[in-house]
Design a protein around this ligand. Structure first.
Ligand code: PGA
Length: 261
């Protein structure tokens, strides 16, 4: 796990966007795992800018999103289909057929989840998974207590996550109780992971994930076991880290050959 502490969200998003752009240039058929929420928005803005101004080409990229609310149609204003369309897909040139999200209206949820896992395998696996982190340490919608080996499945949201996400809905009672989410085992199979976090509201989750024990009580802590996980943090979300000075020291003293990786 590499912890990169930046002055603000824009700086964190810029570094993460550069990592993704490097991958897409080196492997134009890259498979990206994508996330929703407030956190990835500056990352998507920067990738759209790179596409428009620097010709970053997504025409052969394939994507799989982490999760979707059960019961929401793709056109629902709070659905993650709609979020992705508005915040990323409409600004880049990923062919529609290359985009996959869990289907919130799946009639047979279990069969749909199994097919989603198979589609990821058929695509050759995910090269890079983008993650936010919940204020309770969840990744995707893998709430605390989720099996660290879980696969794509239905989950019941915690009260806290429903409250955190109320801002995307007209009324608190409109937030669905259930979601389909990639599992933690699914996420761990991604070849690389980029986790972004900003703001003091995430600092407890981050300290648990980075410096706490590996535990299902903080699902992001399993990323300590991932061979290529980078955490791009702003100063506030990194505020509670005991070894913050060391992480900064490591970043600023990288060997030249490693500095651009
Ligand atoms: P946020 O959500 O980016 O809206 O803070 C993150 C998450 O719940 O994973």
């Amino acid at each position: 796990m590499e912890v990169i502490i930046t002055p603000d969200p824009a700086a964190a998003a810029l570094l993460a966007a550069r990592q993704i752009a490097r991958l897409v240039r080196e492997k134009p058929t890259a498979v990206l795992g994508l996330a929703t929420g407030s956190t990835p928005i500056p990352l998507y803005k920067e990738l759209i800018r790179m596409h428009r101004e620097e010709g970053l080409d997504f025409s052969r990229v394939r994507t799989f999103n982490l999760d979707e609310y059960l019961g929401l149609a793709p056109g629902h204003p709070a659905s993650y289909h709609r979020f992705m369309e508005e915040n990323f897909f409409s600004g880049v040139n990923i062919p529609r057929d290359n985009i996959r999200l869990p289907d919130g209206l799946a009639a047979d949820v279990q069969a749909h989840c199994a097919a989603y896992e198979q589609a990821i395998r058929d695509a050759g696996g995910i090269d890079l998974q983008v993650l936010g982190i919940g204020s309770d340490g969840h990744i995707g919608f893998n709430e605390h207590g989720s099996s660290l080996a879980s696969r794509t499945r239905i989950k019941t949201l915690t009260k806290r996550t429903r409250e955190d996400n109320t801002r995307f809905f007209d009324k608190p009672e409109d937030v669905p109780h259930h979601v389909i989410t990639m599992g933690i085992g699914t996420i761990m199979e991604s070849r690389s992971v980029v986790l972004l976090a900003y703001g003091a509201g995430k600092s407890a989750a981050i300290v648990g994930a980075v410096e706490g024990p590996i535990t299902a009580n903080n699902p992001a802590s399993i990323l300590q076991m991932h061979p290529d996980a980078k955490f791009y943090l702003d100063d506030s979300s990194a505020g509670a880290l005991e070894r913050a000075d060391y992480y900064k020291w490591v970043f600023h003293n990288k060997p030249v050959w490693q500095a651009d990786r």
